[in-house]
Design a binder for this molecule. Structure first.
Ligand code: EPZ
Length: 421
């Protein structure tokens, strides 16, 4: 558990790691070729280790040295991922697209739901069927196969929702399909663009990533590549919010400022100063007077759902009212109850939280409910009077690389005790 003594100012510079939500899908993307792919700037996360284990279970050879991972998918010896591994981490479902495209068959356990929602994969399944795969779901396993062991056939796919995962699964599958695929209403997240750039470096023909229409022309084979993972915009946003809530000045790099445009706009609306001293850095400076703002989470380039809870921590001490609406996931307001224990004044109705700013939070024992809520509660502790005890750190270890060490380097009074809780 974490023990955070609040109200100590922060200062300094944070190094931002590679994006978790890019690294995981790039690792799956390496299955598309029978060469070695070298990923660099890979964050040291529990989820990355889990993804390595799942790939190894498929027969892939993995070597990791620091933030560099070599993935050799030359000899895939099974197309069935182990149930117990996939059910622990949704991102492993991403392997279904590359496996199907490369081997003509794939068996992936349905990823379990998690705290924030049911996490269905119907858009992935329907898209693969449109590409010519026969997909059935039996006792929790998705069986996908291309009839007659032919290649997937390119097609026009209209996504009901701009799902990040479905866009990534289908884009990867289409790189080796026969003919042209167009993904309409595609997700535009920077991690989707990173995956497209990775696949193009492998020889794939992809246009339009980053817009809502992605066009892929299938090729016969892809080749190995060296690739740097894009900086983690969610980790960067989390540290900007830590600087703001501690009413301090914090800078960070590397980052692509444009990836955080919606968050920077809201920080400025609250009253913070946010500047880019160099093209790949950001600096936040909190004003004495912070005022509440309204937030609605949306697919990129809208306000990111992954920074909803950390931003809400800041809003609890901003003057006036704020309205936060979570539109992406059906159950991502569980951190509210924990913030209330710290003295926040929040009312929830459905997916909408109304926050009345209070002058000060007070430290309390709180429980992390999901990956981003753990960061939200940790930064709330930075601003609270007294000591906050944060339990259930397994979530934090999944998505933040050395969060405590980076916070301590900024001057936060935060220590980790009982390592496993
Ligand atoms: C990715 O999840 C990220 N995870 C999430 O980050 C992120 O919150 C999310 O995108 C939205 O940005 C990874 O990249 C590993 P979606 P993903 O498919 O792909 C519904 C974090 O904290 N949906 O865009 O699962 C779904 O239920 C994690 O780092 C369907 O209905 O997100 C949700 O309501 C959390 N059917 C909405 O779409 C489908 O087939 C958005 O989900 C797929 C999704």
């Amino acid at each position: 558990m974490l023990e955070i003594v609040g109200r100590s100012p922060l200062s300094g510079h944070v190094k931002i790691g590679g994006a978790k939500n890019a690294a995981l899908v790039l690792m799956a993307g390496a299955l598309l070729c029978s060469d070695v792919c070298r990923l660099k700037n890979v964050p040291a996360l529990a989820d990355v280790t889990k993804m390595s284990d799942i790939l190894a279970a498929l027969g892939v050879r993995i070597q990791q040295a620091g933030d560099v991972i070599d993935i050799d998918a030359r000899d895939i010896n099974t197309t069935r991922a182990p149930y117990e591994m996939v059910s622990q981490m949704r991102a492993s479902f991403f392997a279904i697209g590359p496996l199907l495209a490369r081997c003509g068959v794939a068996e992936m356990p349905l990823p379990g739901g998690c705290a924030i929602g049911a996490r269905p994969v119907d858009l992935h399944v329907r898209g693969l069927q449109t590409l010519g795969a026969e997909v059935t779901i039996e006792s929790g396993v998705v069986h996908a196969a291309v009839p007659g062991n032919r290649r997937l056939q390119g097609a026009a796919i209209h996504l009901d929702y701009p799902s990040v995962g479905a866009t990534e699964t289908l884009m990867m599958a289409a790189t080796l399909a026969e003919g042209e695929t167009t993904l309409h209403n595609a997700a535009q997240e920077p991690e989707v663009v990173d995956l497209a750039n990775f696949c193009r470096a492998m020889g794939a023909r992809i246009e339009g990533a980053g817009t809502n229409t992605i066009r892929i022309v299938g090729v016969d084979r892809l080749h190995g590549v060296d690739y740097d993972v894009v900086p983690d915009r969610i980790e960067a946003g989390t540290f900007l919010l830590a600087g703001a809530i501690a009413r301090s000045e914090v800078s960070l790099s590397p980052v692509v400022p444009e990836h955080l445009a919606a968050v920077i706009a809201k920080l400025r609306e609250v009253g913070c100063t946010v500047v880019s001293d160099t093209p790949n850095s950001l600096r936040v400076l909190a004003a004495d007077r912070l005022t509440g703002v309204d937030i609605q989470t949306q697919p990129y380039p809208g306000f990111p759902t992954d920074l909803q809870s950390p931003f809400m921590s800041l809003l609890t001490i901003c003057e006036g009212s704020s309205v936060v609406e979570e539109t992406v996931f059906e159950n991502r307001l569980q951190h509210v109850a924990e913030l209330q224990r710290m003295g926040a004044n929040i009312r929830v109705k459905g997916n909408v939280a109304v926050i009345e700013g209070v002058p000060m939070l007070s430290g309390a024992p709180v429980e992390a409910t999901d990956l981003r809520a753990s960061a939200a509660l940790a930064i709330a502790g930075l601003a609270a009077n007294g000591t906050t005890i944060l339990q259930n750190l397994k979530h934090m270890d999944r998505g933040y690389d050395n969060f405590v060490g980076k916070m301590q380097a900024l001057g936060a009074k935060i220590v980790r005790k009982q390592l496993d809780s």
